[in-house]
Write a protein that binds this ligand. Structure first.
Ligand SMILES: *[C@@H]1O[C@H](CO)[C@@H](O)[C@H](O)[C@H]1NC(C)=O
Ligand SMILES: *[C@@H]1O[C@H](CO)[C@@H](O)[C@H](O)[C@H]1NC(C)=O
Ligand SMILES: *[C@@H]1O[C@H](CO)[C@@H](O)[C@H](O)[C@H]1NC(C)=O
Ligand SMILES: *[C@@H]1O[C@H](CO)[C@@H](O)[C@H](O)[C@H]1NC(C)=O
Length: 270
């Protein structure tokens, strides 16, 4: 089964999952469901899994999150980002990934993932993926774009009566697939949006946009940082870690936490 048919199978079960989400007994997440979203440290996050018992999504401080999955996890996707997204430049770091990109230990992709409405589009800028889940297998190359140190191949397909952010609908899926894969770096999203437009692949009004960990089966874990720039070293004890107009590190060295003094000043204290 390829990635698309797998996704389709997942989406077909999504409606059933929504019903069972009302029952709090089975799922381990506090929200009692394998599908949830919200705001954390100002970032939008969203998560869905076919089997909520086999996949755990955890929000960490600032732009960080972690995910863990075990065998028979089925299809899953989760991540942190923005809602709405934009044609911004972002920085991501998929660090401490275990059991990840090597089949047979699962098949996964790391991507910037988002949606637009009017037209309804689901898009991915894939930064890394396991070989056997190339989602564009068999599709026609629509063009290429060189950005952030690599060529990306552009593909498009159509999904009919599938689950979308607006319910069951027919919509386009766009991909930019990085040829020189990586696990960290800047992504200039505008370059992809422009290249898609030039290839006759228009976007609509931007919905959410996350740095996503997505996959199917296997055993693994990932810790992911999402932001507009690298986190850099954390602030030392007693150093400033936040406040209006502050551009330094907003994390604190271990054993200290960032304490808000007032709207202009936060400080790392133990
Ligand atoms: C991932 O790999 C497993 C095991 O090889 C396979 O059963 C599954 O269909 C694959 N999933 C996708 C999405 O291709
Ligand atoms: C990396 O993952 C391993 C195994 O899950 C864990 O023991 C370790 O604490 C993690 N390290 C960091 C920095 O998160
Ligand atoms: C999609 O849904 C429409 C409206 O319900 C229906 O007429 C059409 O046959 C469906 N197409 C497929 C391929 O299922
Ligand atoms: C995942 O871990 C379980 C238990 O350790 C093991 O039985 C299974 O073979 C592993 N699956 C993969 C795909 O590595």
């Amino acid at each position: 089964m390829n990635f698309l048919s797998c996704l389709l199978a997942f989406l077909a079960t999504a409606a059933a999952a929504a019903v069972s989400a009302l029952s709090l007994s089975k799922k381990q997440h506090p929200l009692g469901t394998a599908s949830f979203s919200g705001i954390n440290f100002g970032y939008y996050y969203t998560f869905s899994a076919e089997d909520g018992d086999a996949v755990t999504y955890t929000n960490l401080d600032d732009g960080e999150y972690s995910m863990q999955w075990t065998d028979n996890s089925g299809y899953f996707i989760g991540g942190k980002g923005w809602n709405p997204g934009s044609a911004q430049q972002i920085f991501f770091d998929f660090f401490n990934i275990t059991g990840y990109l090597a089949p047979p230990n699962g098949n996964n992709s790391l991507s910037i993932y988002g949606w637009t409405t009017d037209p309804l589009v689901e898009y991915r800028i894939i930064e890394n993926l396991a070989n056997d889940v190339n989602p564009a297998l068999g599709l026609t190359l629509q063009g290429t774009v060189t950005s952030d140190g690599s060529v990306y191949q552009i593909y498009e397909t159509r999904r009919v009566n599938a689950t979308s952010i607006t319910g069951i609908a027919t919509f386009s899926q766009y991909w930019s697939i990085r040829q020189s894969t990586r696990s960290t770096g800047f992504v200039t999203i505008a370059n992809h949006f422009n290249a898609w437009a030039a290839a006759g692949m228009p976007l609509g009004e931007l919905g959410y946009q996350i740095v996503a960990t997505e996959g199917h089966s296997g055993n693994g874990s990932a810790k992911v940082y999402v932001g507009s720039k690298p986190a850099g070293p954390c602030a030392a004890e007693y150093a400033q870690c936040g406040g209006e107009g502050f551009v330094g590190p907003t994390c604190c060295v271990s054993d200290t936490t960032c304490v808000v003094e007032n709207e202009f000043y936060s400080q790392c204290l133990s």
